[in-house]
Design a protein. Structure first.
Length: 201
């Protein structure tokens, strides 16, 4: 057998092996992609409140959603981003908030943002996100107002982020001034001015 014929046969044999390897890799990749799509579709059929309900470590937050009526909002077709503290994180929540209907609604609303906002741990920019309680939170990388996002998943009507802590609802400027008027003379003056202006309006 001549060297030329032998080389041709070897070339054909290696070509077959190369094609076989490519087909095998393609089949594996397709399977992985199908698995990924299946997982994504499973989540896509759930609402935010359904996903929260399925997570045992978020049972306390689920009860707070139900108590404040936000569970109905998260069952709607509108998109939201939820920053759900774990049961462990909420264990230290003050009873003064838990026993105050208005304060509790403000607190829970401080963990729900409008629209679906994706967390990008590699991002170095800071975004201000509007919340359903009228306040804002800052998102920088995987930190929300300084609280770390443990995990994040897209669902049918938004994004559910599991948080390592809760996001404290800061009082508005006017409420802060009014609540501290006895501690600072200037705040008392500003609070009285605000009250007079409000009466005029």
């Amino acid at each position: 057998m001549s060297i030329t014929i032998l080389l041709k046969k070897m070339t054909i044999r290696y070509s077959y092996l190369l094609v076989l390897c490519m087909v095998t890799l393609s089949m594996i990749s397709c399977k992985n992609w199908d698995d990924r799509l299946m997982s994504t579709n499973d989540n896509a059929t759930q609402t935010l409140i359904a996903k929260v309900s399925s997570q045992s470590e978020l049972s306390t937050f689920k009860s707070l959603l139900e108590k404040t009526g936000y569970d109905k909002l998260l069952a709607s077709s509108k998109n939201f981003t939820v920053y759900a503290p774990t049961n462990t994180a909420l264990a230290s929540l003050s009873t003064s908030i838990l026993n105050d209907t208005s304060a509790l609604k403000t607190f829970v609303g401080n963990h729900i943002a409008f629209q679906a906002n994706e967390v990008n741990a590699a991002s170095t920019t800071t975004q201000l996100l509007p919340l359903v309680n009228g306040k804002y939170v800052s998102m920088s990388g995987d930190m929300i107002n300084g609280v770390k996002v443990i995990s994040s998943v897209f669902v049918g009507n938004g994004v559910l982020n599991t948080m390592g802590g809760f996001i404290e609802a800061k009082p508005s400027l006017s409420k802060f001034i009014t609540s501290t008027r006895g501690s600072y003379k200037q705040n008392g003056f500003v609070a009285d001015s605000i009250a007079r202006i409000t009466k005029l309006v």
